[in-house]
Design a protein around this ligand. Sequence first.
Ligand code: DCP
Ligand code: MG
Length: 371
Amino acid sequence: PEGATPTPVATVSQYACQRRTSTENYNKIFTDAFEVLAESYELSEFEGQCLAFRKAASVLKCLPGVVRCLGDIRGLPCLGEHTKSIMEDILQCGRSFEVEKILSDERYQTLKLFTSVFGVGPKTAEKWYRAGLRSFSDILTEPSIHLNRMQQTGFLHYKDISRAVSKAEARALGNIIDEAVHAITPDAVLALTGGFRRGKEFGHDVDFLVTTPELGREKSLLPDIIDRLKQDGILLYCDYQASTFDISKLPSLRFEAMDLFAKCFLILRLKGSKVEGGLNSAAEDHRGWRAVRVDLVSPPMDRYAYALLGWTGSRQFERDLRRFARFERQMRLDNHILYDKTKNEFLAATTEKDIFDHLGLEYIEPWQRNA
Ligand code: DCP
Ligand code: MG
């Protein structure tokens, strides 16, 4: 027979929820480049191109080894001409000129800098950029600029908050929250979510879900936790949003960017001494404490599985779960519900596995959701 038989490639799904993606990324050199392009498109509000690069990065993250030539990615979904040309540059020269051009672009650099402040989104960053501001001192010395409380806190704790949170620090915070929650309600349910539930070593914050077995009892939970953290002298910032979730108003199947559960975005003062194994040395300084971002979300118990699945991430995994539900199953999934549009009914779930089952998906463990 002439020619070589093409190596059979196990098919990789276009949906992240049908792939297993650990925290091990063998193709960081490509995915970092794609992330720069995605961010740049995001800042210019080219949503399509932004998502295309995020999808491409996500596909590369599930590969079991390094891509050494374009042949290695033959047959993979979500990799178009543009992504391939970037990869070709990196394979040939070790870098991409298009990415380097973005990285040295003043607008990109400035918007990245400004949005790295807690409380500063792309719109505010753009406004400041257009006003000719280029640095933090430009902002802080410009008399016409009024910073809201969130942004003031963001600048105040900038160094701490922009430094990654370690697993040991996440564990220490987990203990603090656990103690506060159980002092208030002994039978409360507390779960770590976000990147640390997926097994990541570092994160930008620590995310928790907290609720009570008894429906309705969770309503006073977050305010009580907040009071306690305040009394303990470790609450540096708190933005509490009461629940606007109303099950009797379902089905309201319009798109929600965020969920409607009670939640609070906190900055806590974490002391760095009593942690098992000690904190990493970079996290310790002369003060003996650091500021850390913590998110608490409090769904009613009957919404627990949907909220846990929604807050565990990754963002790409969540996007693709919803996309899969919609386009492959005619269902609607969000942090509150799973709704079958063909049968016109809500599908009940008490565990994440129930939701995967309803969707006809193989169960993917949290640490395999790093898409
Ligand atoms: N989430 C989401 N869409 C958003 C915000 C959050 O789907 N707009 C979900 C998925 C995230 C999870 O909530 O994984 C937690 O949000 P984080 O921003 O804290 O993301 P991670 O915890 O995954 O990453 P990091 O390590 O940066 O905290
Ligand atoms: Mg997080």
